[in-house]
Design a protein around this ligand. Structure first.
Ligand SMILES: Nc1ncnc2c1ncn2[C@@H]1O[C@H](COP(=O)(O)OP(=O)(O)OP(=O)(O)O)[C@@H](O)[C@H]1O
Ligand SMILES: [Mg+2]
Length: 424
């Protein structure tokens, strides 16, 4: 009766489309990422366009400057004063582009918009300007001014060196700086958001588990008292009723124990992992399909780690149940226990099931992700939580091949031999 009610409750939820929610969430993430890249690329492209236009204008301005200089140098007519005026206008008008005019031998002649440190003497200023010239040469080739005599023959050259104005330089780097600031802001916001989401999830898990354990506690104590009462009747003491009732009470105790452990800071104790898994397997073997064989292999001398037994049992149970589902109730589960060179305890759980498609691997541990008609998608979330949050270990899919099988790997922090802790 009770189980029928639970099935009825599970039925409507299976259509909630949790897998679709996860799929559309990851699609939304991709969309946001693509949009962010497009916006970033677009803004860099546009500002490059502006920078290039500004570069052209600055070059034109320097060329005009050069032409004016050339005209002054070569024109001895009465228009010279006017040209001089024009030159002044052009030179004065240029408030931004750093320009240095040099003699043929490279010695600086005039300069404009070059910020020279105030504490330099004349000799040092020349050296400074020469360094600037080299910097300018690296940016743009100089514009040559040809000095001609009255016959129009070239008798001397001068060079105009220039570089990007400060405004142009700023504009060139601005989009990168702006995008970096925005990216840092988004990363920080994302971290803060995910931290608060994790904290919220933790509160829900802990609260729900504590409440469940608490709620189960009262009827459980009452059932235990009833069992004792029934056992006091000599006719019922060894009857099927008391035996089956006793088994169910044990199972309820186990569930309450698990919920109360996950709802509080779990007590970790040194355990022989092989023995713990062995007792889990013995328990499970009788409850799963008889066509599934669970084999346990110990590949080291002793595998000791600090664990919370009720919670670790839950991990093994969830992984084995998933394996049984993946094999459709027929196949083998092989559990290997070994110790790494660094002393970590490694537990591999392999099945001969249908495997996990590559595109689903990243979502397998997400809460609510399920491919089963009657799954909640919570088993692996719980497993990951128990292994990583409560035991500071690791769990991941070591390998998975379609229609061949899947291997989950658990890594626990191993400890010294069990006897040492007992002695301590
Ligand atoms: N050994 C496995 N082989 C193949 N697929 C697996 C295996 N273990 C898990 N999966 C996939 O991962 C999904 C999520 O597993 P998880 O245990 O979290 O939820 P569930 O088994 O679907 O539901 P429940 O909450 O009842 O455990 C499963 O639906 C299944 O598609
Ligand atoms: Mg499961």
């Amino acid at each position: 009766m009770v189980s029928t009610q639970i099935e009825v409750m599970k039925e409507p939820l299976k259509d909630s489309g949790s897998i679709n929610v996860i799929k559309s969430r990851s699609k939304l993430n991709y969309l946001i990422l693509v949009l962010a890249v497009l916006i970033g690329a677009g803004s860099i492209y546009y500002s490059n366009l502006v920078v290039n236009q500004l570069k052209d204008r600055e070059r034109e301005q320097v060329q005009l400057f050069a032409k004016t200089l050339e005209t002054i140098a070569n024109d001895n007519s009465e228009f010279n004063d006017n040209v001089m005026l024009l030159f002044e206008e052009i030179v004065v008008a240029n408030e931004t582009i750093p320009v240095i005019v040099t003699h043929k031998d490279g010695a600086p002649k005039i300069h404009k918009n070059v910020s020279i440190p105030l504490d330099l003497n004349t000799g040092e200023i020349t050296t400074y300007l020469k360094q600037e010239v080299e910097e300018m040469r690296a940016q743009y080739p100089p514009i040559v001014i040809a000095n001609k005599n009255d016959e129009g023959e070239i008798f001397n050259y001068e060079y105009i060196f220039y570089k990007n104005s400060f405004l142009l330089t700023q504009l060139q780097y601005y989009p990168y700086v702006q995008l970096s600031v925005i990216a840092v802001f988004f990363i920080l916001s994302y971290l803060a958001f995910s931290y608060s989401r994790t904290a919220e999830q933790n509160r829900v898990w802990v609260g729900l588990a504590k409440e469940t354990a608490h709620q189960l506690g009262t009827p459980l104590s009452s059932l235990m008292a009833w069992l004792e009462y029934l056992k006091s009747d000599p006719e019922l003491e060894h009857s099927d009723i008391t035996r089956e009732l006793g088994k169910d009470i044990k199972k309820l105790e186990l569930i309450t124990n698990r919920f109360s452990s996950i709802g509080s800071v779990p007590v970790l104790q040194k355990e022989n992992i092989f023995n713990v898994i062995q007792s889990s397997v013995n328990y499970l073997q009788t409850r799963i399909s008889s066509k599934v064989k669970i084999n346990l292999h110990l590949e080291c001398d002793e595998a000791i780690a600090e664990i919370n037994k009720p919670l670790f049992d839950w991990v093994i149970e969830n992984l084995c149940k998933n394996a049984v589902d993946a094999m459709g109730g027929v196949g083998a589960i092989d559990i290997y226990v070994q110790r790494s060179a660094e002393g970590k305890i490694i537990v591999d759980i392999s099945d001969t099931g249908k495997g996990i498609p590559k595109n689903l691997l990243a979502q397998i541990f997400h809460p609510g992700f399920t491919t089963k008609k009657r799954g909640w998608g919570l088993g692996l979330t719980l497993v990951k939580r128990i292994v990583e949050n409560y035991h500071k270990g690791k769990i991941f899919i070591k390998s998975s091949e379609l229609n061949v099988g899947t291997t989950f790997r658990i890594i626990l922090n191993g400890t010294a031999a069990l006897s040492a802790s007992k002695a301590g």
